[in-house]
Design a protein around this ligand. Structure first.
Ligand code: EPZ
Length: 437
């Protein structure tokens, strides 16, 4: 089990390139199921979750060709790094097994994103119910409700969702859908299913995340008829078939925000390239409230941290409000800020697991239900801590970069799911970080 050893106290400085967005790449890979023609995706990040999704698609009969660029986005390739941002071409003409088995789905709940495309393309699918995960139960009832409204017969038994289209020629039927809450992958699943349905589908209360828009742009390039992506009402007019396309995956706004938080917490100055500030307004506002100076360029941004950040309160909410995927990172920043911050997590029911680990590093945090009260302390002290989920791990890395002395983070496989070449990028920014077995 790999661990990350960090010697804290060095302000980050320098420049790194941001990778393609994990949460855009995952649904985009599933979009390949909707056509018999090849779909090529560029700026594909080299992450464990991407490997998992590609393995899942391959066992369904999808042919996958992958090439990685020699020099990665975050620095030079080296022997022990998994590979680099690259390109994948997927060919689902041989799709013959519309099943997503438990063994793969249990390691990555985003695998549920194959459900909509499989029912739309094959007329049926068997997808293991994604287990819960550290941050919450994370049910998929809205995905099922929407497919049912589109005429699918859906049964849930033995831990599997079995969906069968019952419209004519085994197709789904266009319908007016309303999700009870904003759901990102729910919106993505239903939008993909609707592309090949018979008639028009309207998704109300749709997620407005940029990753939903990136997926819609790719689907339109494949011949889908979609309008309203990025708003809370998305209209999809079903077509008989989609064709291949080439699509560049958008930059990862959460990776961008994570490095910005790390620079802010360590009192550094960094420049991030191959990314955009336009999907991070809420995060940039909060970083400026914390006292950071941020310069925005066309596809880069620079952050200069104050000597000591000011505490900033946050309340997570669906896009364009403050993203839940940045909550843990901001809690780490607040542990060393001036003043007390109130952090309210409204999306997931158990997304404060990083708090107890931050307390081990000397943070002053009180949790009351879905609210955390963080009072900044002058210094954190290094310790051994344990990562519990992807963004909690990032929070511990940020705290370790600030803490005096050594911090050892265990179970960093969580990090490898969502941060490409993390050590290389941090070392490029002057951090004293290394992976130990
Ligand atoms: C996506 O997860 C992201 N993952 C998550 O990022 C992100 O935290 C989340 O959206 C919120 O922004 C991917 O895009 C692959 P939801 P998703 O459906 O779609 C409840 C990361 O760190 N809900 O928007 O699974 C749900 O329990 C990951 O990169 C239902 O009750 O999240 C949650 O409380 C973590 N029933 C809320 O809605 C449903 O059918 C929002 O969940 C669906 C969701």
């Amino acid at each position: 089990m790999d661990k990350l050893l960090i010697e804290g106290g060095t302000p980050l400085s320098g420049e790194v390139a941001i990778s393609g967005a994990k949460n855009a790449a995952l649904p985009l890979l599933c979009a390949a199921l909707l056509t018999r023609e090849p779909l090529t995706l560029t700026n594909l990040p080299a992450l464990n979750d991407i490997d998992t999704m590609l393995n899942l698609l391959a066992q369904m009969g999808v042919r996958v060709e992958r090439e990685t660029s020699k020099v990665g986005a975050g620095g030079t390739a080296s022997a022990d790094t998994p590979g680099k941002s690259g390109t994948a071409t997927l060919d689902a003409s041989g799709l013959d097994n519309p099943v997503a088995p438990y063994e793969l789905v249990k390691t990555m709940r985003a695998a549920v994103l194959v459900l909509g495309p499989l029912v739309a393309r094959c007329g049926e699918a068997r997808v293991s119910l994604p287990g819960g995960c550290a941050i919450g139960a994370r049910p998929v009832d809205q995905h099922i409700k929407g497919l049912t409204a589109m005429g699918a017969e859906v049964t849930v038994e033995h831990g599997y969702v079995h969906a069968k289209a019952t419209g004519l020629k085994g197709r789904l039927k266009g319908a007016r859908l309303f999700t009870d809450m904003v759901t990102v992958t729910g919106t993505e699943n239903l939008m993909m299913a609707a592309c090949l349905a018979d008639g028009e589908t309207v998704i109300e209360n749709a997620a407005r995340e940029p990753e939903v828009v990136d997926l819609a742009n790719c689907l339109v390039a494949m011949g889908a008829q979609i309008s309203g992506a990025g708003t809370d009402v998305i209209r999809i007019r079903g077509v008989d078939r989609l064709h291949g396309a080439t699509h560049r995956i958008m930059p990862d706004r959460i990776e961008t925000g994570t490095y910005l938080c790390a620079a802010a917490a360590t009192g550094g100055q960094i420049r991030l390239t191959h990314t955009s500030a336009s999907y991070l307004d809420a995060v940039i506002d909060k970083l400026m409230d914390a006292g950071c100076a941020i310069a925005i360029e066309h596809n880069a941004l620079t952050l200069k941290a104050p000597l000591r950040p000011t505490a900033v309160s946050i309340r997570t909410s669906p896009y364009p409000a403050f993203p839940t995927d940045m909550q843990a990172q901001f809690m780490a920043l607040n542990t060393v800020a001036e003043g007390t911050a109130v952090i309210r997590e409204t999306i997931f029911e158990n997304r404060f697991m990083h708090a107890v680990e931050l307390i081990r590093l000397g943070a002053d945090i009180k949790i009351d239900g879905n609210t955390a009260f963080v009072t900044g302390v002058p210094k954190l002290d290094g310790a051994t801590v344990m990562a519990t989920d992807l963004r909690a791990s990032a929070s511990l890395v940020i705290a370790g970069l600030v803490a005096r002395g050594e911090t050892l983070i265990e179970r960093i496989y969580h990090l490898d799911r969502g941060y490409e070449n993390l050590e290389q990028k941090l070392v490029a920014l002057g951090a004293k970080v290394r992976r130990v077995k």
